[in-house]
Design a protein around this ligand. Structure first.
Ligand SMILES: Cc1cc2nc3c(=O)[nH]c(=O)nc-3n(C[C@H](O)[C@H](O)[C@H](O)COP(=O)(O)OP(=O)(O)OC[C@H]3O[C@@H](n4cnc5c(N)ncnc54)[C@H](O)[C@@H]3O)c2cc1C
Length: 512
C-alpha cells in the first residue's frame, strides 16, 4: 500500500480522484487499485481559486515520486497493563474523556459507573438557555459542566493533530453514534452543538445498554490516598471505596483541583488567554476565500492566524464560522467568552479567540497559580450591574486605548463597553496590539470591522496532574487515573476522547 500526498484538485462537486492521481503520477487509471481517501483539506492560499488537497492510499505500480510514500495502517500500541478488581470502575466526569474511557472499558468487559456533577443534556440545555437569556448561572450545570462536558455547547470542531490507531477509533465511534462519515477524511471536521447533543445522547444510551450507570448531579468532593493507594472517595458527601477511579474532570473543575492538591502531584503548565474577535461572515468570506468561491462546497470561510511579540506567540484559536460568541462561565461573578455553532454554520457572524501564550513565569509556580490567574481575569471582567455581560470594544478602539460607544454582538446575555486594556497585564495588551496590527496589514478591514469581547481564558488546562506514561496512573497511586483535558495531557474534544479511549484500552479483566 502506498500513500499519495498533495493531490491538488480545484474545488468541485464531483471529483474523479483516480483520474487525478493517474494524471499526477503519469500512470494509467486502471493501474490504481484499492483507492481510499485518507484526508481532504482546503488549500485557500490562492483566493477565488481554492483547491482541495487530498491524501490517499492505494496500490500502485512500482514508481518513484516525492509525493508517494510507503504506508502502514496505524496499529494499537498500548499494552493491557491495568486491572480493576471490580467490574465497575468509577469514572468522574461525563465529558469526551470520561465517555470514551467508558466505551473502551465496556469493550474490555467492564461496566463503569459514571459520576457527573452536572445534569443530562436535556436538563442542562434548559439551564444554559436561562443563563444566556437572564444571566442566572447554575454553578453545577452550565456550559462547562454536565452530560457531554465542555464540548457539548461548542462549535464541535473535531480537530486532531495526529491520527493514530486510537484517534481513528474515536472517529469511527463518532460515526457509529451518528456523525457523518466525512469527519474521517475532512482535515477540519465539524459537528456543531446540535449534532453533538444527538451523538452524546446516543453514546449514553449505548453505555447504559452495556450495563454502565450514570449518576447525574453527583459531585466528587473528597479523595483519601494511603500508602500509594486510593482508599476512599466521597461523592455528594457519601463515602465510596471503588477498586479503581478515573478522573476525567475537564479544565474548569477548579474546586476539585483545590481539593486534590494535597493528594496528587500537580504542576502549573502553559496555556493562553486573550479575547474573542467577531466579524460578519460576509467579510470573512470575502477576505479569506473571495466571492467567486462556491461556498456551498467549501462551507463558510475560516482562518488561522499567528503572530509573535518578543518571543511570545499569539494565535487565533477555536475559529467558529457562522457561529456565535457565548457566555461560558462556570463560577459565580465571573465573565468568560467562548465560541459555538450549529451544524449548518449558517449564522451571519464569525468569531475566533485571539490568544497570547502565558506560562508559569508569568503567573507563578504553584499548582493552582494558573487557575488563580484565569480567575482574576474573569472576575475583573465581571460587571455586577450587568451580570455575565461581556466587556467589549471595537478592535480599532483597543489599538487607540479608548472605550467604544455602542457594540452589537452575537453574545448573550449582552455586552458592556469597556477598555479591554484594563483587564490584562501590559505584556498581553502589547502582544494583542502587535498581532492586530499585523493582521490588519495582511487583511484590510480585519481591525476596522472587528469587535473584541473578553476574556478568553479556558483555552486549555492551566495545570497538569502528573501521571505515569505507560498506564496513566496518577504518579504514586496505582488505582487512580487522570485523563482528558483536566489531566493537562490533552486538549480539545478529539484528543481528550482519545486520551480516555487509550486509558480504557490499557485495562484487562485478567490480573496478569
Ligand atoms: C464553549 C466551548 C466550545 C468549545 N469548542 C470546541 C471545539 O469546537 N472543538 C474542540 O476540540 N474543543 C472545543 N472545546 C473544548 C472541549 O470542549 C474540551 O477540550 C473537551 O470537552 C475536554 O474533554 P474532557 O472530557 O477532558 O473534559 P470536559 O468536557 O470538561 O468534561 C469534564 C466533566 O467532568 C465533570 N466534573 C468536573 N468536576 C467534577 C466533580 N468534582 N465531580 C463530578 N463531575 C465533575 C464536569 O461537569 C464535566 O462534565 C470547547 C469548549 C467550550 C467550553
Amino acid at each position: 500500500m502506498k500513500l499519495i500526498k498533495n493531490i491538488l484538485v480545484p474545488v468541485a462537486a464531483n471529483i474523479d480522484l483516480q483520474r487525478e492521481i493517474a494524471k499526477k503520477l503519469t500512470i494509467s487509471t486502471t493501474s490504481i487499485t484499492n483507492l481510499q481517501i485518507l484526508r481532504r483539506s482546503l488549500d485557500a492560499r490562492h483566493r477565488n481559486r481554492l483547491k482541495y488537497n487530498f491524501t490517499a492510499i492505494a496500490n500502485l505500480p512500482r514508481l518513484t515520486h516525492p509525493d508517494v510514500l510507503d504506508y502502514k495502517l496505524p496499529t494499537a500500541y498500548l499494552q493491557e497493563v491495568n486491572f480493576c478488581a471490580d467490574k465497575h470502575p468509577y469514572i468522574i466526569g461525563a465529558g469526551p474523556a470520561g465517555l470514551f474511557a467508558a466505551l473502551a472499558l465496556t469493550e474490555k468487559g467492564y461496566q463503569p459507573y459514571i459520576f457527573e456533577r452536572g445534569q443530562t443534556i436535556a436538563e442542562r440545555s434548559k439551564k444554559v438557555d436561562l443563563f444566556w437569556q437572564t444571566g442566572q448561572l447554575d454553578p453545577e450545570s452550565n456550559v462547562q459542566f454536565g452530560e457531554g462536558g465542555a464540548g457539548t455547547f461548542s462549535d464541535g470542531k473535531l480537530t486532531s493533530r495526529n491520527r493514530d490507531f486510537y484517534t481513528n477509533q474515536v472517529f469511527a465511534l463518532f460515526i457509529k453514534f451518528g456523525a457523518s462519515a466525512d469527519i474521517k477524511i475532512d482535515a477540519k471536521p465539524h459537528l456543531g452543538t446540535d449534532k453533538l447533543k444527538f451523538i452524546i445522547t446516543n453514546i449514553r444510551k449505548y453505555l447504559e445498554q452495556q450495563g454502565c450507570r450514570f449518576f447525574w448531579n453527583h459531585k466528587l468532593d473528597k479523595i483519601i490516598v494511603k500508602n500509594g493507594k486510593l482508599i476512599s472517595i466521597t461523592i455528594n458527601g457519601e463515602p465510596h471505596q471503588p477498586a479503581c477511579a478515573i478522573l476525567a474532570l475537564g479544565n474548569a473543575a477548579r474546586d476539585t483541583f483545590s481539593l486534590l492538591k494535597n493528594q496528587l502531584i500537580m504542576l502549573p503548565k502553559p496555556f493562553a488567554v486573550g479575547v474573542r474577535i467577531e466579524h460578519t461572515q460576509e467579510y470573512i468570506n470575502a477576505t479569506f476565500y473571495e466571492n467567486k468561491t462556491n461556498f456551498t462546497l467549501t462551507g463558510p470561510a475560516t482562518y488561522r492566524l499567528t503572530a509573535k511579540h518578543q518571543n511570545r506567540g499569539i494565535y487565533s484559536f477555536c475559529m467558529c464560522p457562522g457561529g456565535q460568541i457565548i457566555a461560558a462561565a462556570s463560577q459565580p461573578n465571573t465573565a468568560v467568552t467562548n465560541g459555538m455553532s450549529y451544524s449548518s454554520r449558517d449564522g451571519k457572524m464569525a468569531n475566533s479567540a485571539l490568544v497570547v501564550n502565558v506560562a508559569p513565569p508569568d503567573f507563578g509556580s504553584s499548582a493552582l497559580d494558573g487557575v488563580q490567574f484565569q480567575k482574576h481575569l474573569e472576575k475583573t471582567a465581571f460587571n455586577p450591574d450587568l451580570p455575565y455581560f461581556a466587556p467589549a470594544q471595537l478592535a480599532s478602539d483597543f489599538l487607540n486605548n479608548k472605550t467604544s460607544k455602542t457594540l452589537n454582538s452575537s453574545y448573550r446575555p449582552g455586552t458592556y463597553s469597556r477598555n479591554l486594556q484594563e483587564l490584562f497585564p501590559e505584556y498581553i495588551n502589547q502582544a494583542l496590539k502587535t498581532a492586530l496590527n499585523k493582521f490588519a496589514k495582511c487583511y484590510p478591514g480585519f481591525v476596522q470591522k472587528g469587535k473584541l469581547l473578553a476574556p478568553e481564558t479556558r483555552t486549555s488546562c492551566p495545570l497538569r496532574i502528573l501521571r505515569q506514561k505507560d498506564n496513566f496512573a496518577c504518579q504514586g497511586i496505582k488505582n487512580l487515573f487522570a485523563i482528558g483535558e483536566g489531566s493537562g495531557y490533552a486538549g480539545g474534544i478529539i484528543s481528550s476522547a482519545a486520551d480516555g479511549y487509550k486509558l480504557g484500552s490499557t485495562f484487562s479483566t485478567k490480573n496478569n
